[in-house]
Design a protein around this ligand. Structure first.
Ligand code: HEC
Ligand code: HEC
Ligand code: HEC
Ligand code: HEC
Ligand code: HEC
Ligand code: HEC
Ligand code: HEC
Ligand code: HEC
Length: 411
């Protein structure tokens, strides 16, 4: 091409661009607010219209890594196998999105997630095995025997469906069996449009569910040295660091995600939150999990990225001694209850006698809290919300049991 031809071509395209800019400036603000040409192309008509209808969704999407990588609205919103579609402004979109839509592109994360107790076991903890297909049950039983093949929790029937749906299931729906055959929801940790690792790494994200007297992990973390340091330095953390290259230089202080999911300093990221756990801490009496040693070593490797081995071993030895001591206290309390049941002083019906609440709080609040506090650095939770309450409830339990027995004797 001659210089003259190039000159004309440049001139023509420059005037076209100028004309487009002038025209564009006359269009209403909602239509010109679209940031880049690449994004407009990616999001297409959905974004154009939804910027008017539901601007927040579009803005959140634009802030995500998905937008930057050219993932568009329909990539997630179109129905995948097993999902119903609905006509929507000339497109077919799925009536409900599930983990299956994400798994199209994130198969590996989905498979890891399926192995965790965040999947089927979380939902079965509330509603039992009934909502699951036989295939879903057998797949999950492979990883967590007895965690899905179980009865519904008695509190659901006693408190009623309204409470179960807005209460229990708001947290436990992380493992919903979906009608398309998949399990769970990825957006409980990632949000629907702002899919970011930054959000997932914040303690508050896990704390949506992991808080309160029966699993005070957020509170424990907040009072731990880790939590205090994180809150001081959160602005200086590189919370967006690539998961496959995350180091202690990006995040010198761990959050929930660091210890339970992240791959730190070359270790593997996992969506199986059970992988690094060596005890069943949520249980009344906490036994060692199968694979105790491997699991514990995986967690210790995370600690040892930042600490020396001796520090970690000392910490674990103390925490494990709290588990052993707590187990002994809970077993003593359960012995009192067993005596009452065996002697026919209580009905077999759960939660119909006041002492059953005392016994439940005994392990479910205070026993758990003491153990969780010991493993995650919450001294106040080992002591005042844990062992002190255990002592108090042990005395109460005994007094209530004595009372029941003397009332029986008085007949
Ligand atoms: C011309 C405007 C327009 C276009 C184009 C459009 N939408 Fe919508 N969308 C709406 C409006 C208005 C609503 C509110 C409910 C309704 O009227 O359907 C809505 C609702 C929705 C809902 C909620 C549906 C529900 O029942 O919960 C989703 C999801 C959605 N749109 C996604 C999309 C996607 C993805 C695209 C592109 C493939 C798209 N929309 C294209 C206007 C539009
Ligand atoms: C990473 C996947 C993903 C992408 C990309 C995505 N969405 Fe969504 N969107 C979701 C999920 C998940 C939901 C929740 C749907 C459900 O509960 O069934 C949702 C819900 C919605 C809703 C209903 C929200 C409400 O609260 O009323 C609208 C509207 C919507 N999306 C529009 C869009 C538009 C427009 C785009 C593109 C600019 C887009 N989405 C891109 C995953 C995505
Ligand atoms: C605020 C969120 C939240 C609510 C509400 C909630 N749970 Fe949970 N639940 C959790 C978390 C988080 C755990 C994990 C605790 C742990 O591992 O330390 C859990 C653990 C459990 C467990 C023990 C794990 C297992 O698989 O056996 C059972 C059982 C359970 N919940 C049942 C229920 C029932 C029934 C309700 C309603 C009456 C309920 N939960 C309400 C968040 C919640
Ligand atoms: C069409 C394919 C596709 C779908 C569907 C999809 N993603 Fe992604 N996702 C990507 C790509 C591409 C990236 C960027 C990967 C990279 O940068 O290496 C990504 C990145 C991510 C990240 C990392 C973000 C960050 O800050 O680094 C998260 C989290 C994520 N996706 C979650 C989801 C969730 C949750 C869903 C479903 C609601 C979903 N994705 C659906 C393709 C997809
Ligand atoms: C939407 C609620 C919800 C969110 C958000 C959530 N979890 Fe959970 N988590 C649960 C429930 C429910 C269980 C109990 C599952 C069971 O055992 O039945 C659980 C269990 C766990 C367990 C124990 C797993 C096992 O094998 O016993 C760990 C560890 C855990 N979660 C860590 C996290 C971390 C870290 C985050 C944040 C990155 C997080 N969770 C976010 C609800 C949630
Ligand atoms: C319990 C909370 C939680 C749930 C549920 C969850 N994620 Fe994540 N996800 C995280 C955390 C935390 C990270 C960041 C790990 C790190 O620090 O590197 C992450 C990272 C990711 C990444 C980036 C990983 C990489 O190696 O680049 C993708 C993609 C992703 N998640 C997809 C999903 C999908 C798909 C699902 C549903 C099957 C899902 N997540 C469910 C917490 C969660
Ligand atoms: C410094 C690392 C670290 C941090 C930070 C941390 N945890 Fe933990 N977490 C542990 C250890 C260690 C255990 C006990 C492991 C075992 O059983 O061997 C544990 C146990 C748990 C359990 C108990 C599972 C069961 O068996 O019942 C849950 C749930 C949990 N953590 C969630 C969280 C949440 C949510 C946060 C943030 C609010 C958090 N953790 C922060 C290290 C950590
Ligand atoms: C990402 C780095 C990192 C990880 C992972 C980590 N820590 Fe820490 N931890 C720190 C930092 C930084 C401090 C503050 C140290 C200081 O003051 O010099 C700290 C402080 C502590 C403290 C309080 C100081 C003390 O000695 O009394 C304990 C206990 C502790 N960590 C235990 C653990 C255990 C156990 C694990 C693994 C389950 C763990 N940490 C994982 C970075 C980390």
């Amino acid at each position: 091409m001659s210089f003259r031809a190039i000159f004309i071509a440049v001139l023509v395209s420059a005037s076209l661009i100028a004309a487009a800019l002038i025209l564009n400036a006359r269009r209403p603000r909602v239509e010109t607010a679209q940031p880049t040409a690449a994004l407009v192309k990616a999001s297409g008509k959905c974004a154009e219209c939804h910027r008017r209808e539901t601007e927040a969704m579009v803005v959140e999407f634009e802030r995500s890594r998905h937008a930057a990588q050219g993932v568009n609205c329909l990539d997630c919103h179109q129905p995948v196998e097993g999902q119903e579609g609905q006509e929507h402004r000339g497109f077919t979109i799925a009536t409900k999105l599930t983990a299956k839509n994400c798994a199209q592109c994130h198969h590996e994360q989905y498979q890891q997630f399926l192995r965790s107790r965040h999947a089927a076991p979380a939902y079965a903890a509330v509603l039992g095995s009934a909502p699951f297909t036989a295939q879903q049950i057998s797949a999950s039983e492979e990883y967590h025997p007895g965690a899905v093949e179980r009865a519904a929790n008695p509190l659901v029937g006693l408190e009623g469906d309204a409470a179960a749906v807005k209460g229990c299931l708001s947290c436990h729906s992380i493992g919903t069996p979906n009608t398309d055959g998949s399990i769970g929801s990825c957006t409980q940790c990632h949000a629907r449009h702002l899919a970011s690792v930054r959000l997932a790494r914040l303690p508050e994200t896990c704390g949506q569910c992991h808080m309160g007297p029966d699993h005070s992990q957020l509170e424990i973390y907040t009072e731990s040295k880790h939590g205090v340091l994180f809150n001081d330095q959160r602005e200086r953390m590189n919370l967006d660091a690539d998961p496959n290259r995350l180091t202690a230089a990006d995040m010198p202080v761990p959050t929930c995600a660091t210890c339970h999911l992240s791959g730190l300093g070359g270790q593997r990221v996992t969506h199986d939150t059970s992988e690094r756990l060596s005890y069943w801490l949520f249980a009344a009496v906490s036994d060692r999990r199968p694979g105790y040693l491997e699991a514990q070593n995986r967690m210790k490797d995370i600690c040892n990225t930042c600490h020396v081995q001796a520090h970690t071993d000392r910490f674990y030895a103390q925490a494990e001694s709290v588990v052993v001591a707590t187990n002994a206290k809970i077993e003593a309390g359960m012995g009192i209850m067993k005596g009452l049941y065996d002697d026919g002083l209580l009905t077999r019906q759960p939660f119909d006698e006041p002492i059953e609440f005392t016994a439940f709080d005994f392990w479910h609040y205070y026993g758990r809290t003491a153990k969780h506090g010991a493993f995650m650095g919450g001294a106040d939770f080992v002591q005042w919300h844990g062992n002190y309450e255990l002592l108090l409830h042990q005395v109460e339990l005994q007094a209530e049991a004595d009372d029941l027995r003397s009332r029986r004797a008085g007949h």
